[in-house]
Design a binder for this molecule. Structure first.
Ligand code: ADP
Ligand code: MG
Length: 692
């Protein structure tokens, strides 16, 4: 029996040979503290160094061991200086390129004679190339590996060799100690036991089926991917159960004020809005805390839903807080909501980093006394000195822009003993079903799947930036006809400063070409007051062309703007492009979006921009983006944190999800203890995961 031996989860990594305090610290950063953690840090790919491939048969995108004679070796002066060597065997020739190299290395390689190298083949300037291959001079005694080499997820300061050595020791301990094999239920993806699967993946045997392993379709991979997805789902369910144990104010049905807003809007709600508003109201009439995600494409009218929910809370003597990710958006919400709510006798308060001094004190007092029925702001809403009298509803707009902890911090403002406010989170980033099923488990989701009437779909053109001059002419023509336009500058650099600089340069340049057009600039380095001033002028039509960074991505609503040019569009995610494009097409005028790109454009980028050209449907775009790029990239770094699987891959393993769901419900019902063991095994911070 394994019971006599200690659980691997309770044996510290420091018991492994070669793991001292310094290394342990680095590992801890990755969440690796126990021997069990070492085992669950699984290889994310394998390299096949078991055989030599003839140079003539290689394909780009794959890694190979190649052997051949160095036939040339010289410095190449291209866009960047590099050392370029050619290696040849009887079947062909390939280039080896080094951007970092020493004089000694240059001489050494020149005179190397026969070498063996390993690396990924790419399509380069000199034909097929390998950048920075690993290489050794060939001598007769060299043997090949006899099995696939596991490659572990990047572990800063921990080399692959070091990690492999640790995994080897951990696997030996696994043989002695074992690990509880939880009954994960029956599925065609569960055909092997846990211990065998872990062992296999860390040390694939020489006769392993290389192909299935490289494709991620080996039964051992299926077994663990299934278990990981199960752990993930189960932990989400546990967190939701905990939430449901709390109480919330159960509201009376919506009253007169609620209906009054409907009458004063000046438009009828769409069918989708009415349905979602009702779902939200029903939630809040329950005495257990609701958590509903409202998804609706840009311009689908989510703000009204928020306003109605806030009125509903107000009618029951409760305050609402609406949190937006940027000052610009918070301010727009404040203006819109105040216009809707103040006439109904509901006071609004406004709290952002920009509200300071006396004004801030007044707002804080209004919030604490309960005079302010609806409080609108940025993350400033959850600072320590903000106290609500009776917070009953939290609304988070563009929730994907917030970290999980920020939302939790706001919820804390309303948690009082056993009571929690209701929560409504809204997003325009359509989350494909595949993802939402996994991310939110049984979280309630409402979809506004209909746009208000009278909108004309935006037409999109994809052009190389060699056509920039033509586009500038087009902007000139549009402006002379009374249209307003956006010119969005993007840069790959993370640095905000550089982005702003690029926008400044562009604005100046456009000014030269377009002397008759009134141009203004908006970017992140303007302070909030300056931003607001610019936006107000643009809204009022005093500015014809607004040169902007991606600060205008969310919330900006100027119906007369009907032309948008986006530079370097190939560098943005599709969700972000879709959001940006959503700034036009808000009026009845035909709108256009021009996506400029820099040549050369890779196949994937081309395909992605083509999706934008074809479709205005956020869900379709998100599904396609998911297929093309995978889940991690789509939701932006904050949210994807919750989606970083160790071995599962939502796209590849999506067919497991239905079985996983069943298994999760079953496990929680019948074996709560095992459910918890399972979650702890895979997920370091379950609270965090559950609160997306
Ligand atoms: P989003 O879902 O992107 O947050 P908004 O709530 O900002 O959308 O709404 C976009 C615009 O459409 C706003 O000007 C809003 O007043 C308007 N709007 C919302 N619902 C309707 C409707 N049912 N009919 C007409 N216009 C609407
Ligand atoms: Mg909005």
């Amino acid at each position: 029996m394994i019971d006599a031996l200690a659980d691997l989860a309770s044996i510290s990594v420091t018991t492994l040979k070669g793991v001292g305090p310094a290394l342990a610290k680095k590992l801890a950063k990755l969440g690796i503290e126990s021997v069990q953690d070492v085992l669950f840090h699984l290889p994310f790919r394998y390299e096949d160094r078991t055989r030599i491939t003839p140079i003539g048969t290689v394909r780009p995108g794959e890694s190979y061991v190649l052997e051949g004679e160095i036939v040339a070796c010289d410095i190449a002066f291209g866009r960047r200086r590099s050392l370029l060597a050619y290696m040849q065997d009887s079947t062909g020739k390939i280039a080896l390129r080094f951007y970092h190299f020493s004089k000694a290395q240059q001489n050494n390689l020149k005179n190397a004679g026969s070498v063996r190298c390993f690396g990924e083949v790419r399509n380069g300037a000199a034909g097929y190339e390998i950048y920075h291959p690993e290489y050794t001079k060939l001598d007769a005694a060299q043997e090949m590996d006899d099995a696939l080499t596991p490659i572990y997820p990047a572990t800063e300061g921990v080399s692959q060799a070091r990690y492999r050595a640790m995994a080897e020791q951990a696997a030996a301990l696994l043989d002695r100690h074992g690990m509880p094999d939880i009954d994960v239920g029956a599925s065609s993806y569960v055909n092997t036991n846990l211990v065998d699967a872990i062992r296999y993946l860390h040390q694939p045997p020489p006769d392993a089926n290389t192909q299935t392993l490289l494709e991620g379709k080996h039964p051992a991979q299926h077994r663990l991917a299934f278990e990981e997805l199960l752990a993930h789902q189960t932990s989400l369910r546990i967190v939701r159960e905990e939430l449901k144990k709390l109480t919330a104010p159960g509201l009376a049905p919506p009253g007169d004020l609620y209906s009054e807003l409907g009458n004063s809007l000046g438009f009828d709600l769409t069918g989708a809005q009415s349905r979602v508003a009702k779902e939200v109201a029903d939630d809040m009439m329950s005495a257990s805390p609701s958590l509903r995600l409202v998804q609706g494409d840009v311009g689908s009218g989510k703000t009204v839903i928020a306003a109605l929910a806030a009125i509903h809370a107000f009618e029951n003597g409760l305050q609402s807080a609406l949190m937006a990710p940027t000052e610009l958006l918070a301010e727009q919400h404040f203006i819109n909501l105040s216009a809707w709510l103040n006439p109904l006798g509901i006071k609004t308060a406004w709290l952002t980093g920009r509200v300071t001094g006396k004004k801030r004190e007044q707002e804080l007092a209004a919030i604490a006394m309960g005079d302010a029925g609806v409080v609108i702001g940025t993350h400033a809403l959850f600072q320590k000195d903000v106290h609500f009298k009776e917070l009953g509803l939290i609304i988070v707009d563009e929730q994907h822009r917030f970290g999980v902890h920020q939302r939790l911090a706001l919820r804390e403002k309303g948690v009082d003993g056993n009571a929690s406010p209701h929560q409504l989170v809204m997003t325009a980033t359509p989350i494909p079903r595949t993802l939402s099923m996994s991310m939110y488990a049984d979280m309630d989701v409402s979809v506004i799947d209909e746009l208000p009437p009278g909108r004309t779909p935006v037409t999109t053109t994809v052009l190389s930036d060699e056509r920039r001059a033509d586009i500038i002419d087009r902007v000139a023509a549009a402006c002379s006809e009374g249209t307003q336009a956006y010119w969005v500058c993007t840069l790959i650099e993370e640095s905000e400063a550089l982005q702003c600089q690029a926008a400044e340069v562009t604005a100046e340049e456009l000014g030269k070409f377009l002397p008759d057009v009134s141009i203004a600039l908006i970017h992140g380095r303007l302070n909030a007051r300056e931003k607001t001033a610019v936006m107000n002028d643009f809204k009022a039509g005093k500015i014809q062309l607004l040169v902007a960074t991606t600060v205008i991505e969310v919330g900006v609503d100027v119906p007369n703007a009907s032309l948008m040019v986006i530079e370097n569009s190939e560098r943005l995610g599709l969700a972000q492009l879709h959001q940006l494009r959503g700034r036009v097409g808000r009026g009845s005028k035909q709108s256009h979006c021009v996506l400029l790109y820099k040549k050369p454009l890779g196949t994937i980028s081309k395909e992605r921009l083509e999706v934008m050209r074809q479709s205005n449907d956020g869900f379709f775009i998100a599904e396609r983006d998911l297929e093309i790029r995978g889940p991690g990239e789509i939701l932006g770094s904050r949210q994807s944190g919750a989606l970083q699987f160790r071995i599962a891959d939502l796209m590849r393993d999506r067919e497991m999800l239905a079985d996983v769901r069943k298994a999760s419900v079953n496990l929680l019902q019948h074996d709560r203890g095992s459910a918890e063991v399972l979650v702890n095994r895979w997920i370091k911070d379950p609270e965090k995961l559950g609160q997306v």
